[in-house]
Design a protein around this ligand. Structure first.
Ligand code: TYM
Length: 332
């Protein structure tokens, strides 16, 4: 293949936030021109936390519609639901037999999530990074566009690939690399700017949903926590202001430092107003397109059916290769 392969996904839990949009989706759109891109709604991942089945089904379709509304083009990229391509779960088992308990226990996301869901520390929560490695390695992926919070998971996927290449031949798996947004790889909560903006935040003022109405976006940004020194600068320790500058920079295509220069001499009120305006204008076309796409169930079905068919064909190639190398009898 001439072009490099890209894989990424968002898990359909909570809602798609401005963090997901800036850290991942916005970059996915740009990458479609230059690469073979596979973008999945990684539904299998979402059930590590108990889900209401009807709400999950609806949310999955809504996430797919959002991928399309953000500009992912099914003529250029392959879009699919992870659960429709059964090879993900199959490869995950093969990889889990090459992953150590110690490696999985070190995952910070596992530690965080098991602290939050003490009543449901299931085995899936523990082996989640192996499934994520399977998602990536199944397509012999070169690049994985993600936010900074996925670095540790990606490192594990690389370690598994390298380990299996040593054992079964250096051409077993492509060893993937992370691809991070130049600005905004880690967007922080508006209410607690020392922790990341998260779709599972119980306080909706902490995150912006990409489908929030303009007045809601303006209100949330106005309430964003800053500090008391009143100086707009991108500096160590100024978490809230840095976050607003990162958001502004990511949306307007400049570094947060450069954005800070543009605000010289102004107050936090002006900063918040302009950040809100920029975010509202960035998300306005997404909201409008989303409303059309979500209403067209026939189109959505066609997109995910075609996507799963194409993804399965690619996935099957890798799965058969790995089964073969591991010593299973070839299917007739
Ligand atoms: P998830 O669903 O938590 O997030 C989806 C993508 O959004 C990025 N992201 C952020 N970027 C910047 N600032 C933030 N505050 C922020 N919050 C989230 C994430 O880094 C991610 O890129 N395990 C993954 C889903 C996954 C996956 C994969 C990703 C499953 N298999 C294979 C890539 C390749 C996750 O939970 O992402």
């Amino acid at each position: 293949m001439d072009k490099k392969m890209i894989f990424s996904g968002v898990q359909p839990s909570g809602c798609v936030t401005l963090g997901n949009y800036i850290g991942a989706l916005k970059n996915w759109v740009k990458l479609q021109e230059e690469y073979h891109c596979m973008y999945s709604v990684v539904d299998l991942h979402s059930i590590t936390v108990r889900q209401d089945p009807e709400a999950l089904r609806e949310r999955c379709l809504s996430f797919l519609a959002l991928y399309l509304a953000c500009g992912i083009d099914p003529e250029k990229s392959i879009l699919f639901f992870q659960s429709h391509v059964t090879q993900h779960a199959e490869l995950s088992w093969l990889l889990s037999c090459h992953t150590y308990m110690g490696e999985l226990s070190r995952m910070t996301q596992f530690k965080d999530k098991s602290a939050k869901h003490e009543d449901n520390i299931n085995a899936g929560l523990f082996t989640y990074p192996v499934l994520m490695a399977a998602d990536i390695l199944l397509y012999q992926t070169d690049l994985v566009p993600v936010g900074a919070d996925q670095t540790q998971h990606l490192e594990l996927a690389r370690d598994i690939a390298i380990r299996m290449n040593h054992t079964y031949g250096e051409d077993t798996f492509v060893v993937p690399e992370g691809y991070y947004a130049p600005v905004g790889a880690r967007i922080m909560s508006l209410q607690d700017p020392t922790s990341k903006m998260s779709k599972s935040d119980p306080n909706p003022n902490g995150y912006i949903w990409v489908l929030d109405a303009p007045e809601v976006i303006a209100k949330k940004i106005k309430r964003a926590v800053t500090d008391s020194d009143g100086v707009i600068a991108y500096q160590e320790g100024k978490h809230g202001v840095n976050n607003l500058l990162s958001i502004y920079g990511a949306v307007t295509g400049q570094t947060p430092q450069k954005a800070a220069e543009g605000f010289a001499g102004q107050g936090y009120g002006a900063l918040k107003t302009q950040v809100a305006e920029a975010v509202i204008e960035e998300l306005r076309p997404v909201r409008e397109k989303y409303a059309q796409i979500i209403a067209d169930k026939e189109y959505l079905t066609k997109v995910y059916k075609d996507g799963a068919e194409k993804a399965s064909a690619l996935a099957e190639k890798t799965l058969e290769k790995i089964q073969n190398r591991l010593g299973f009898v070839k299917r007739g």
